[in-house]
Design a protein around this ligand. Sequence first.
Ligand code: ADP
Ligand code: MG
Length: 699
Amino acid sequence: MIYDLSKVDIKYLPGVGPKRAELLKAEAGLSSFGDLLYYFPYKYVDRSRIYRISEIDGSMPYIQLKGRILSFETLGEGRRRRLVAHFTDGTGVIDLVWFQAIKYVINRYTPGAEYVIFGKPNEYGGRINVAHPEIDKADAPVIAGLGLRPGYNTTERMKRSDITSAFIQRMVANVFARMDKPLPETLTADIVAAHSLMPLDEAIRQIHFPTSPEALRRAQFRLKFEELFYVQLELLRYSSERTKKYRGFVFSRIGRIFNDFYSHHIPFDLTGAQKRVLKEIRRDVGSGRQMNRLLQGDVGSGKTLVALMSMLMALDNAYQACLIAPTEILAAQHYATISSMVTGLGITVELLTGSIKGKRREAILEGLRAGDVDILIGTHAVLEDTVEFHSLGIVVIDEQHRFGVAQRARMWKKNYAPPHVLVMTATPIPRTLAMTLYGDLDVSVIDELPPGRKPVRTVHVYDTGRDALHRLLQAQMDEGRQVYIVYPLIEESEKSDLKNLETGYRQVCEDFPDRRVCKVHGKMKPAEKDEEMRRFVSGECSIMVATTVIEVGVNVPNASVMVIENAERFGLSQLHQLRGRVGRGADQSYCILVTKYNLSEDTRRRIDIMVETNDGFEIAEADLAIRGPGDLEGLRQSGMAFDLKIANLARDGQILQLARDAARAVIGRDPDGTRPEYALLWQRLSQLKRVTADWSSIS
Ligand code: ADP
Ligand code: MG
């Protein structure tokens, strides 16, 4: 049994007590010794060097000084009131400044006593000051351990109760003091040896109290490796179990429908990548294994066609197929595209969304049960239990990032054995993320765009310089092309965004009085929305003013300009998705990013990347690097990826690969989880799963 510190309550630690214990739990989720040991610092500050006042200047990021306070002085009035302490080490004098807690500071620190102060220096009027410095008595125990000082996350509420980073460090030290034996290893000896990992006990001690940068680096490596290893072990175990448990439906033949479609219904040749992926899918569905495949491909790479042809394989073998899209608009568009592509094949395609009700809905449900409907296209609405199939053989899920593992699993129940599942993502995801989010899926990649596409030209303009933009739009429309103008939509303030859209719409109508303009946003009734979409798709309108509802799926090859207003308010993947709406014809298309003049550094980088590249994978990597994985849409919903405490998917790709290989080796050697030499791993995994509620819902 693993030495279990998760059972020991932190409220008995010195200086904690019931009130602070409650706060620690509420604010940081800390309630046991184990929680504390795994509450890792988010930064380390090098406190090994003490400077002299004579050698510092205002440009240094941090300084540490040892000296005495000469005197206190309060200056200013009202909101400008501040406390200044004149501080000297014998080589010069600087000012320590406080804008808050003035009384507290005066009472706490004594002029004449020796202190070590730490903070960011500023230069003001030729004099150096440090605002709100950290101060310790020169003989305090923390000072004795000068070196890399950890910084722990604390919240405002914690700080108000004096639970500072230093307090947390003291708690951790106290936990170590109460441990009477080392933390037992949580990885097997062969894995520890193969990767020269630091033992767990040492790594946990080093992560909190590093003795050198090198030791810290090794501790971090060990803990990141372990964290990623267990995620991968669970994903691979899950997928191997699934393979064992379920036999997949066998689509043994390629029949009339597929062949007829292939020979007579596609007006172009498949790209090499589309053919390769179809072969991969064909191999899966013919194998007797249940397919769980992720299909990645950039916007416009032709995933829909691959999806459709995969569904036709099911139909040829007397199974039904289902395609799920994240929004009604997209579902409707898929329905329209697919229905028209299969005309004449003698198959029945139906659309089912939340807004299809009453008799129409009943008829579709009946058709599904009877097996009269061959392909069902819909939204989340098809997950409902009332939607029953006669014999569902394959499910295609488009735009996976809005769809969790749990939802995927619901589709499995739609037949006596789970149907094959093909998941399509339009937003390319960096490999590291894919391995974590979809680590249980096999991956196919369409890495080739259909021929004859001219890369979209992307231009950044400030909203003060619209003349050129205006001329470009006129010129394109004179040539008969169409234009999208997109406004951001932020959920919390839909009203004001709608106002933006309305104002924008009126402005566009004024600017282009001889053009027809239509308008689409999320708050419209579906019928209204459909009508506006139709007006654009049919070419009746030259300009569509819209919010991001058009982000996914709309396909109007004649549209050649995508104008994105307030582009600074969009994330990279969204910008890339929007840009993918144009460039679908053979002529030159344009994406115009309109922003305000003052941009933050991150925003400027986003815009620059958009201007520089059309490659979705490159953009996805950049996105991960700029935003960090925590924010990435999908990570949270995935249900599989639990919070990573120390590993960073943007930076730790190599460690992830090593961890995945190690986990794969374990599954290979112990597929049933019964070999004694790996008992430790399986035990640890189930312990981790108990604390991560999300995991339980999927296995
Ligand atoms: P996405 O991968 O973004 O879903 P789509 O499936 O919507 O891309 O395809 C984009 C456009 O490319 C569609 O108009 C589709 O008909 C067309 N297309 C797909 N495959 C090919 C191909 N092999 N050659 C030419 N055009 C293609
Ligand atoms: Mg698509």
